[in-house]
Design a protein around this ligand. Structure first.
Ligand code: ASP
Length: 310
């Protein structure tokens, strides 16, 4: 039996308002989200898997400088770029993740190779990039990840003493969740983390059960927001547990878990898809770059909290 496939993507949640984004940033983000949905839909529409669809969608967003992942990632305190990503297959709960990689052009593709190779779930640092070399993955050209806008944000942060992180709170992490025609679920997330991070800081995105989760028995989840609180809540797995064990629907579970994030002083959002119906999103920030598309339908994308989507 075939199910109607569905895919949702996000490009980060945060202080995204009509006055904080330029016209170019607004249009660029919408175009990027639409292109990512098209890449995922092309896979799903031809009978491909949710796993291939989320990887394809996230790769598009990693290459897009409007988002904080791959090209356009934020700078660390030391002026470097350290990337985190994860992918999970709801059929098997197979998972792969990388943290603090600096050289592989597509961190989500690297996470997928970690998963496929099968021995480990999470690899970190330059050795993870070397694993990518052994798998024949493309390295980024020098400077590929860096953009002027991220340099400007980094300079602003350092001019302010360099002690805080993520000036402006424009998170821009990317992620995708999908259900394919066979009813299987998958999730992927990719990020540069937070501007000014140091000491090898790793957020929720590459941590299975926190920023990324997929289980065919319940939901696939990709998160964005203040990673420390998402880690402490175990957001992905917590949404899953509420759906699978407590019988909540995905919307109710996501709302409840984001309220827990807020109770710890955190903020952000999540995209979620279950075994039936369209994907769902929720966020407790002024905006979230987001979009969804289902079999036979058009892409819908939005940024601001007050955008109504039919
Ligand atoms: N959750 C990411 C992190 O903490 C940041 C983000 O969503 O933009 O690394």
């Amino acid at each position: 039996m075939t199910n109607p496939w569905t895919i949702a993507v996000h490009g980060g949640a945060g202080r995204l308002t009509r006055s904080t984004l330029t016209r170019e940033q607004d249009a660029g983000a919408r175009a990027g989200l639409t292109a990512a949905l098209a890449a995922g839909a092309a896979v799903l529409d031809t009978g491909g898997t949710a796993l291939d669809a989320v990887e394809a969608a996230v790769r598009v967003l990693e290459d897009d400088p409007h988002f904080n992942a791959g090209r356009g990632a934020v700078f660390t305190h030391d002026g470097g770029i350290e990337l985190d990503a994860a992918i999970m297959d709801g059929r098997t709960r197979g998972a792969g993740a990388v943290a603090g990689v600096t050289a592989t052009r597509s961190p989500v593709a690297l996470a997928r190779r970690v998963m496929a190779e099968g021995r480990h779930v999470l690899l970190a640092g330059p050795a993870a990039d070397s694993f990518g070399d052994s798998q024949g993955l493309e390295r980024a050209a020098p400077g590929w990840f860096e953009t002027d806008e991220r340099r400007r944000q980094y300079a602003e942060l350092m001019a302010d003493g360099g002690d805080g992180f993520d000036a402006g709170m424009k998170y821009g992490t990317v992620g995708a969740v999908a259900r394919d025609g066979a009813g299987h679920l998958a999730a992927a997330t990719s990020t540069g983390g937070v501007t000014g991070k140091r000491w090898g800081r790793i957020g929720d995105s590459p941590i299975i059960g926190a920023g990324t989760w997929a289980d065919d028995r319940s939901v696939a989840v990709s998160c964005t927001g203040s990673g420390e609180s998402f880690l402490r809540v175990g957001v992905g797995h917590e949404i899953d547990a509420r759906v699978r064990l407590a019988g909540q629907d995905a919307a109710e579970a996501t709302r409840a878990v984001l309220a827990e994030v807020e109770s710890l002083g955190g903020t952000g959002g999540a995209i979620v898809v279950g075994g039936a119906g369209p994907a769902h999103w929720a966020f407790v920030t002024p905006g979230m770059n987001r979009g969804m598309r289902s079999a036979g339908g058009e892409a819908v994308v939005a940024i601001y909290g007050d955008e109504r989507i039919a």
